[in-house]
Design a protein around this ligand. Structure first.
Ligand SMILES: *[C@@H]1O[C@H](CO)[C@@H](O)[C@H](O)[C@H]1NC(C)=O
Ligand SMILES: *[C@@H]1O[C@H](CO)[C@@H](O)[C@H](O)[C@H]1NC(C)=O
Length: 211
């Protein structure tokens, strides 16, 4: 590539009288550079990075009557980064975080609305800190057994899932976003020693075709 350009340059510009060819040559070089930059900017999608940088669980209680419900205080700091340097993301569906226990969703939160943009190269930090909540949940026998097992250890496995759909700048296809962040949370009721949380990198579901 470089050799060819040099050769062209030498032939065209050896004689400065041939300035027309010299301009043509320059034009070709500029066009090639523009194409390379364009492909680098929009040709490849880099997928978002999702992580949970902080989380704290101060209450997690199961009640089985009158209905199965979880009463919980769980706050989470979710960090989403768009690593593309030229492509921004636009939500084509609301972006949502879900709390799950034993694969059953027990609460969900909207992080960003449909139409919201996540600019190129930017990191967004979402603090999910609902007031203490009781929500009904379908755990079934197996889920309740799992709860009792984890309750005995004082450490709960809660999943934070991120779900949405986006479109990248200059792309037509809409791409699903599905990330799973498995957390191991030691219950720390107020008054007990604070628990240090180790950052968790979330796993993205395999991208669909053209995404
Ligand atoms: C849970 O949250 C509620 C309301 O935000 C608060 O009143 C309560 O003290 C919290 N409980 C625990 C154990 O953190
Ligand atoms: C969970 O453990 C606490 C004490 O550690 C206990 O009081 C509570 O009854 C347990 N909950 C269930 C549903 O087993």
């Amino acid at each position: 590539m470089r050799g060819k350009v040099d050769e062209c340059w030498d032939e065209c510009c050896y004689n400065w009288g041939e300035w027309k060819y010299c301009l043509l040559c320059l034009g070709i070089v500029v066009a090639i550079v523009l194409i390379v930059v364009f492909v680098a900017a929009f040709g490849f999608v880099r997928h978002i990075d999702v992580s949970v940088d902080d989380a704290s669980l101060t209450r997690f209680e199961l009640a089985t009557s009158p209905v199965t419900s979880l009463s919980y205080n769980l706050s989470v700091t979710l960090v989403i980064r768009n690593p593309n340097w030229a492509m921004s993301l636009k939500n084509t569906k609301p972006l949502e975080a879900q709390y799950k226990f034993d694969d059953q969703m027990f609460d969900r939160f909207q992080l960003a609305d449909k139409g919201d943009k996540h600019p190129a190269g930017k990191t967004r930090v979402y603090h999910i800190a609902p007031p203490g909540t009781t929500s009904s949940v379908m755990l079934g026998n197996a889920g309740e057994a799992e709860f009792r097992k984890e309750n005995a250890t004082g450490t709960f496995q809660v999943e934070v899932a991120v779900a949405g759909e986006v479109r990248y700048t200059a792309r037509y296809t809409k791409c699903k976003i599905q990330a799973s962040c498995p957390l191991k949370l030691q219950l720390a009721p107020p008054g007990t020693a604070a628990v240090v949380f180790q950052k968790v990198t979330c796993k993205l579901a395999k991208a669909e075709k053209n995404c």
